[in-house]
Design a protein around this ligand. Structure first.
Ligand code: ADP
Length: 477
């Protein structure tokens, strides 16, 4: 509406300017034409031999057209004679004081006079004799025709201008509406998306890629990104909710057991000594489980919060040997092979890597029956080292493989065991924060192999005497 009104106002001003100039020019041209005719007639009259100031009948009727009025005055402005058409109408051509002064100085002048039948253009010419102004010849003609033409022109300009303005206004309104319709659609879509939170919707725009097209395309791109962000936020939120629910559930179980045992201990009369000891042992076990769970949760929370790691060069062989020693102490009957570990350094955080390997070794021990072998080995490829922890346990069915790295996931078979299903989730998170990957291969009935792949540490400049050997030498090439 504003656009249409603005353009219409500009058009109206242009039309008024154009009409005004046209009207004034035409009116001036008309008056000039009559004035020139009058000047010529006056000149011819004066130059006629028979011309006399006190008798204009003869020359006026002979030289001037019937529409021309002729009148003479003396040098003081007193009327001397008139043409018959003036006398018949009993009308005297007026002469203003200014015009009289001008004529007395020997110059012609023109003025208009209003009569009942319209305007008259009067031409006043000095009549001289021996360089002296002895009288004034006034020649006049009605301007009726010019005025009629001007009136008609004025009407045409006015009516035409109004019609043109109305048509332009209407067409402008329609065009502006058509041009802005896609923007209306954009607005409606944006409103609908805001109300329904349906970020999958898009604006339908199939016209050439003009400014509105660019706006629609940008809007759609923004919606795509918004949709992805919204979906991701929803997923994160859902995962978070599940995590909190699982964590509360896991913490509730040991608390329930502890509360039950405390109630037993408070009983009157007191329970028997063996029962008391059993209750206390239960409580100690549950407390340990709970504190393990809480430290696991803390570890995950810290990793999620993106706590800065101390990334550096971690020599792998000594770390694996240290862990193998600990496993042998805890599980002396387990055949454990840690020999095929390359003497290389990985780029990572020592504590985080140790935690990952502890969790994997724990699982290997936990799920592999006593006496069955566990093996730790490495392989090198493309500037990365893979640490394999291979057991000869029951293996993991394919259906479970996709889930074992999820937080709080435990297979049905192991649900009753001590773990809370966080060991592999922690291993995965800690590996990923070190820019590593973790994978599993498993065959039911034969065993599983978990592989942690990390980048090799850049080799420091080496003293020439230091001998290169084994796998390490290969990585340095
Ligand atoms: P938890 O801490 O309770 O052991 P994990 O996240 O470490 O939980 O493991 C999740 C599930 O993955 C276990 O319940 C088990 O079913 C399976 N799993 C993990 N490691 C092994 C393995 N070495 N052999 C067989 N199953 C395994």
């Amino acid at each position: 509406m504003r656009l249409t009104l603005l353009y219409s106002a500009i058009l109206a001003l242009t039309l008024i300017g154009f009409g005004g100039v046209l009207y004034l020019t035409i009116s001036q041209v008309g008056v000039n034409l009559v004035k020139n005719t009058l000047a010529e007639e006056a000149k011819r009259l004066v130059e006629t031999k028979e011309f006399r100031l006190d008798n204009v009948d003869f020359p006026a009727s002979k030289v001037a057209a019937p529409q021309t009025y002729v009148q003479t005055r003396d040098a003081n402005g007193a009327v001397l004679d008139q043409s018959p058409n003036l006398r018949a109408n009993d009308f005297t051509l007026p002469l203003s004081e200014t015009a009289l002064q001008t004529v007395r100085q020997g110059q012609s002048s023109t003025e208009t006079a209003a009569t009942n039948s319209g305007r008259l253009l009067i031409y006043n010419k000095p009549v001289t004799k021996n360089g002296q102004v002895i009288g004034i010849l006034q020649v006049a003609r009605p301007l009726t025709e010019q005025d009629q033409s001007l009136n008609t022109l004025g009407m045409i300009l006015l009516i035409g201008g109004v019609v043109v303005l109305l048509v332009a206004c209407g067409i402008g309104w329609l065009l502006a509406g058509a041009a802005l319709r896609p923007i209306h659609r954009l607005t409606r879509t944006a409103q609908a998306i805001g109300q329904e939170r349906d970020f999958a919707r898009r604006v339908d725009y199939r016209r050439p890629p003009d400014e509105v097209g660019h706006l629609a395309a940008t809007f759609n791109t923004m919606l795509t990104e918004l949709e992805a962000a919204y979906r991701q936020t929803q997923q994160t939120l859902q995962a978070q909710r599940r995590f909190v629910a699982d964590a509360s559930h896991e913490l509730r179980n040991p608390l329930t057991t502890i509360r039950g045992n405390l109630a037993l201990l408070q009983r009157e009369p007191p329970i028997s000594e063996p029962d008391r000891r059993a209750a206390l042992a239960d409580m100690v076990e549950e407390t340990e489980r709970m504190s393990r769970l809480v430290s696991d949760l803390l570890l995950l929370a810290r990793a999620d919060a993106g706590q800065p790691l101390r990334r550096g060069s971690v020599p792998l062989k000594p770390l694996v040997e240290e862990l193998c020693r600990q496993v042998r102490l805890l599980d002396p009957d387990r055949p454990l092979d840690c020999e095929s570990v390359a003497d290389v350094a990985v780029l990572g955080d020592r504590d985080a890597l140790k935690q990952v390997l502890i969790n994997l070794l724990d699982n290997a021990r936990k799920f592999t029956p006593a006496g069955r072998a566990v093996r730790v080995s490495t392989s090198l490829a493309g500037g990365r080292v893979a640490i394999h922890i291979e057991d000869s346990g029951p293996g993991i069915p394919d259906a479970e493989l996709a889930h074992i790295f999820e937080r709080f996931y435990r297979s049905d078979a192991t649900r009753t065991g001590g773990g809370a299903g966080l060991g592999l989730a922690i291993a995965k998170t800690l590996t990923e924060v070190q820019q590593g990957t973790i994978a599993v291969e498993s065959r039911v009935g034969q065993g599983s192999t978990f592989s942690v792949t990390l980048p090799l540490a850049p080799v420091p400049p080496e003293p020439a005497t230091h001998p290169a050997h084994g796998e390490g030498a290969r990585t340095r090439v």
